[in-house]
Ligand binder design. Structure first.
Ligand SMILES: Cc1cc2nc3c(=O)[nH]c(=O)nc-3n(C[C@H](O)[C@H](O)[C@H](O)COP(=O)(O)OP(=O)(O)OC[C@H]3O[C@@H](n4cnc5c(N)ncnc54)[C@H](O)[C@@H]3O)c2cc1C
Length: 334
């Protein structure tokens, strides 16, 4: 065993609101958790600007909030490691995580908090205006578009629900869909088609997001008829991409049951998966709410569930030895 191989009572995989909150709670339960941050330290909120629904902050920048959560978890004693888990063996306890750096971590309990990704169209102009008029979350950003015109793209339940929700704020919502039928449930379709604020543009795909550079902001969405190629420009201050989400469950997809397109299944009302000692929290398990505060709540639950599990197995007592910070002796940069 090299000095890059280590054992921890609780391994937290992921550094979004779920992971860091699990870190705070597990640290305060004296479990000396290790948290592996993954490719995106801080998670999805680091890709946005204003967050107005995090309790206690009327407005906070996403990256600032996540830097504070990281500092909080670290201050409580979470051993935060900048690495990526490339494989996870949950077939026996202790569980084994192998990391991109080559480090191997064994753990008595694992908290999975690897989150989810919104699917994007992949257009350069979409990338340019992300967080400045282009969004993938109506619950998060709808409030910013009060009295404005908005375009929603997609044809499934998410798109229809987002379009309906956005009518609470927008003066007009145009739903752009490349087909002439929706995949959404019939009841949602009925509500959509009856809503006087919603216009549906069939057979169209988004070509480009058009806007100003200084300040950065969306002015219109250029769409193309998929059959005739005709281009139309829809005036809009916001474009909501609602073509689905992909939970980051690749690490465990052959070991844990998933549902609704890859979300890890947990026992309702808990974070327990079907494997004793393995817990899952946040967007990875949640195809409904997908919020920072719900993810943080589940991170708390996962740490408490893990603590209970370890106590039942006589493994929750505090050890006298202090685990090294990081895999080796160096302290990670503050
Ligand atoms: C643009 C945007 C704006 C948003 N705005 C808001 C908002 O205003 N309010 C709100 O409440 N919510 C908002 N959300 C949603 C919110 O960000 C998510 O609900 C929340 O971040 C989910 O937290 P999480 O901890 O489950 O996972 P995530 O934030 O998705 O974090 C997942 C973490 O897992 C790590 N990871 C993944 N795979 C591995 C691996 N193999 N090894 C190690 N680590 C791994 C990643 O590096 C990342 O750190 C927004 C989302 C987006 C995309």
């Amino acid at each position: 065993m090299t000095d890059r191989n280590t054992h921890t009572k609780v391994l937290i995989v992921g550094s979004g609101p779920a992971g860091y909150t699990a870190g705070v709670y597990a640290s305060r339960a004296m479990l000396e958790p290790m948290l592996i941050q993954g490719i995106e330290p801080g998670g999805q909120l680091t890709t946005t600007t204003e967050v107005e629904n995090w309790p206690g902050d009327t407005e906070v920048q996403g990256p600032d909030l996540m830097a504070r959560m990281e500092a909080h978890a670290r201050a409580m004693g979470t051993n935060i490691v900048h690495d990526i888990v490339t494989s996870l063996d949950l077939s026996k306890r202790p569980f084994t995580a192998t990391c991109d750096s080559g480090a191997v971590v064994t753990a008595d309990a694992v908290i999975l908090a690897t989150g989810a990704r919104a699917k994007w169209l992949g257009l350069p102009s979409e990338e340019k205006f992300k967080g400045f008029g282009v969004s993938a979350c109506a619950t998060c950003d709808g409030f910013f578009y009060r009295g404005q015109e908005i375009v929603v793209v997609g044809g499934g339940n998410t798109a229809v629900e987002e379009a309906l929700f956005l009518t609470n704020f927008a003066s007009k919502v145009t739903l752009v869909h490349r087909r002439d039928t929706l995949r959404a449930e019939k009841i949602l379709q009925d509500r959509l088609l009856k809503n006087p604020k919603i216009v549906t543009l069939w057979h169209h795909a988004v070509e480009e997001v058009v806007g100003t550079t200084s300040p950065l902001g969306v002015e219109a969405v250029r769409v193309k008829h998929v059959e005739t190629g005709e281009i139309t420009e829809i005036p809009a201050k916001g474009l909501f991409i609602a073509i689905g989400h992909a939970p980051a469950s690749e690490l465990v997809k052959d070991q844990l049951e998933t549902h609704n397109g890859g979300y890890v299944k947990v026992e309702p009302g808990t974070t327990r998966t079907a494997i004793p000692g393995v817990f899952a929290a946040g967007d990875l398990t949640d195809h409904i709410y997908r919020q920072a505060v719900t993810s943080a709540g589940m991170g708390c639950m996962a740490a408490l569930d893990a603590e209970r599990f370890l106590a039942e197995h006589g493994e929750a007592e505090r050890e006298d030895v202090t685990l090294p910070l990081g895999y080796g002796a160096e302290a990670p940069a503050e």
